[in-house]
Every structure is written in structure tokens, then in C-alpha cells.
Design a protein around this ligand. Structure first.
Ligand SMILES: CC(C)(COP(=O)(O)OP(=O)(O)OC[C@H]1O[C@@H](n2cnc3c(N)ncnc32)[C@H](O)[C@@H]1OP(=O)(O)O)[C@@H](O)C(=O)NCCC(=O)NCCS
Length: 180
């Protein structure tokens, strides 16, 4: 079976992604989570997999948001890629969709030569999923912007992926903007 994956502009493709977000992260559930109050950045690009034709509802099966950002690591500027909003529709899980979309997102970052490493944030229960796919736990500090100013971002666990160089595992990364 062949799977089609699209990499689309983040803003333009938001209407496609929105129903999947609302199904996977319903607002009333998210509000009660430790990260429910966080203001997130919008994705620059999205890796999208459509539901297979035999699924009557159609729509998206899987989404991975892709971000590009100049951050600082221990005060030095570095261009990195970000991954966020990884989600697969409940009836399409365990078919490898998230893994395929993640790989496509990482490949898209590799195509941007300046990108040195990738960074994502996840809830602790998803750490094993990413670690088995080559991501490593970043144990340093993350700083991020929020509407009220800069915060230490501790709502989710940071994980890094080696690209142009080996990703740091410690130190301080300032996202220089909203988290993803
Ligand atoms: C996590 C998620 C994206 C995986 O999507 P998926 O399309 O089913 O993923 P894949 O099919 O590529 O991989 C599934 C595999 O990962 C494993 N896996 C899924 N969640 C896992 C977790 N939390 N910890 C460890 N392994 C996990 C599954 O057991 C499965 O393994 P198998 O193939 O050996 O059976 C999906 O479960 C989801 O949307 N969850 C809710 C939203 C969420 O938490 N997203 C992560 C945000 S950081």
C-alpha cells in the first residue's frame, strides 16, 4: 500500500489540520492539562497524511508540524528545526503513520543546510516513542516567550535529534520566541 505524504505551508494548511487537532486534543481536556495554558507558535510547514480511501470520513490521518527558528544555546545563536503537534487519528494509529510523517519532517529539515539539530517537546509518556526513533532527552534548561514575558519552559520534556551536528544534551536553549 502506498502512502501519500504532503509537506505544506503551515498557515495555508491549518484548516486541514484543525479538525484532527480538535479530535486529538479537545479544548475541555487540554484546559486541565499542565500545558493547557501555554501559547504555542504556529507551524512553518506541516507533514500531512490523508486518511486512506476506505475510511468513510476522509480527512487527515496524521499531522506533524515543522518549525524553523534561530535559538541560542548557551548564548550562541544556532539555527534549529522544531517538531510539534504530532498526532494520528485514533482509528489510524499503529500503522506507522506518525513514524513516516516524522521521517518526512526530519528529511525536510535536512534539506535546510543551516539547521543544526531538531528539538521537540512531549509529555513524559511519549518519551519512549521518540527515544526509539533516535531522539535523545535534553536535560538542560529551556527558555521561551509567553505573552507575559520569558519563562523557563518546563511543561513538557525536551528531546533533540542530530542533524548537521550532534545536538547538545545539556546547557540552556533559549527558543527566542513561542514554544512549539
Ligand atoms: C503518539 C502517536 C502520534 C503515534 O501515532 P501512530 O501513527 O500510531 O504511530 P506509529 O504507527 O508510527 O507508531 C506506533 C508505534 O509506537 C508505539 N507507541 C505509540 N505511543 C507510544 C508511547 N507513548 N510510548 C512508546 N511507544 C509508543 C506503538 O506501540 C507502536 O509500536 P509498534 O509499531 O511496535 O506496535 C499517536 O498515538 C497519537 O496521536 N497520540 C495522541 C497525541 C500525542 O500524544 N501526540 C504526541 C505529541 S508529542
Amino acid at each position: 500500500m502506498s502512502i501519500e505524504i504532503d509537506i505544506l505551508n503551515g498557515n495555508q494548511s491549518w484548516p486541514l489540520a484543525k479538525p484532527l487537532f480538535e479530535a486529538v486534543w479537545p479544548r475541555d481536556v487540554v484546559e486541565k492539562l499542565p500545558w493547557g495554558h501555554i501559547k504555542w507558535a504556529n507551524a512553518d510547514l506541516r507533514a500531512l497524511i490523508e486518511a486512506p480511501h476506505e475510511q468513510p470520513e476522509g480527512g487527515l490521518a496524521c499531522h506533524v508540524g515543522i518549525y524553523f527558528r534561530t535559538v541560542t544555546w548557551n548564548g550562541r545563536k544556532v539555527d534549529i528545526g522544531g517538531i510539534g503537534g504530532v498526532s494520528t487519528r485514533v482509528d489510524c494509529r499503529r500503522r506507522g503513520y506518525a513514524s513516516i510523517a516524522l521521517n518526512a519532517a526530519v528529511q525536510t529539515m535536512r534539506d535546510h543546510e543551516a539547521v543544526q539539530f531538531a528539538l521537540l517537546f512531549c509529555e513524559p509518556h511519549n518519551s519512549a516513542f521518540y527515544q526509539s526513533r533516535g531522539w535523545h532527552r535534553f536535560t538542560g534548561d529551556i527558555l521561551a516567550e509567553q505573552p507575559d514575558g520569558k519563562i523557563r519552559f518546563e511543561a513538557m520534556a525536551p528531546h533533540v535529534f542530530d542533524l548537521g551536528r550532534r545536538a547538545p544534551l545539556q546547557g540552556t536553549i533559549d527558543l527566542c520566541g513561542l514554544p512549539w
